[in-house]
Design a protein around this ligand. Structure first.
Ligand code: AMP
Length: 222
């Protein structure tokens, strides 16, 4: 089975992809993780990717597609894959279809985890750090007892630039543009499966598994 997980930042895509892949025996492939690993190793690919990643831009299609196709051609990807963070552009999606077709397989389902904008903002902007002792808080899941103050040492909490509302809002807008294009692309192929991404992570996992069961049932009939 070949699955794609789509969703905006904060939708829980990475966490769910890792969990589901393990549960279903699929290889979890995150292009972001592959680029970060290559950058850490200092390979040519990693250096090239890093130039774009550090600016928050997409790595060019040619580089990304080559890396991904090489990864899915390896033996450990033959039993099935769970793609996370790929494709992000229509040329990437088209190249993926062609490559899988050449291997006699195809994308079976695209799970689109949907979360309302205000909840995504709350999830992504809720993180606060203590500059003095390093404690980390989140307004939704682990708030400090007194707003803006560290429970452990009383220092004023600060927010990383990445977690500030202006930065998050820009990032969400950019991601929304390509995510919606891809959702349309897979909708036209009849493969898109929207999933409610609100509530506890375990509830979202259950909803995703229900959709995946339907994908499997459809494959049996094909
Ligand atoms: P992620 O961990 O998925 O947010 O990816 C981190 C960074 O890696 C992104 O901001 C991009 O610079 C790059 N990246 C990951 N996947 C892709 C992709 N499919 N196409 C282009 N760039 C990507």
């Amino acid at each position: 089975m070949q699955l794609i997980l789509l969703g905006l930042p904060g939708a829980g895509k990475g966490t769910q992809a890792a969990l589901l892949a393990q549960r279903l025996g699929l290889l979890h492939i995150s292009t972001g993780d592959l680029f970060r690993a290559a950058a850490a190793e200092g390979t040519d690919l990693g250096k090239r990717a890093q130039e774009y990643m550090s600016k928050g831009e997409l790595v060019p299609d040619e580089v990304t597609i080559n890396m991904l196709l090489e990864r899915i051609a390896r033996p450990d990807a033959a039993e099935g894959i769970m793609l996370d963070g790929f494709p992000r552009t229509i040329p990437q999606a088209e190249a993926l279809d062609v490559a899988l077709d050449g291997q006699g397989r195809q994308i079976d389902g695209v799970l689109y985890i949907q979360v309302p904008e205000d909840l995504l903002m709350a999830r992504l902007t809720g993180r606060w750090n203590c500059p003095s002792c390093g404690a980390i808080y989140h307004e939704l899941t682990s708030p400090p007892k007194a707003s803006g103050k560290c429970d452990k040492c009383g220092a004023d909490l600060t927010q990383r630039a990445d977690d500030r509302p202006e930065t998050v809002s820009t990032r969400l807008g950019q991601n929304r543009a390509w995510t919606e294009q891809l959702a349309d692309f897979y909708e036209k192929q009849g493969k898109l499966r929207p999933v409610d991404g609100t509530g506890e992570p375990a509830e979202v996992t259950t909803r995703l598994l229900e959709q995946i069961d339907q994908v499997s049932a459809g494959m049996g009939k094909a």
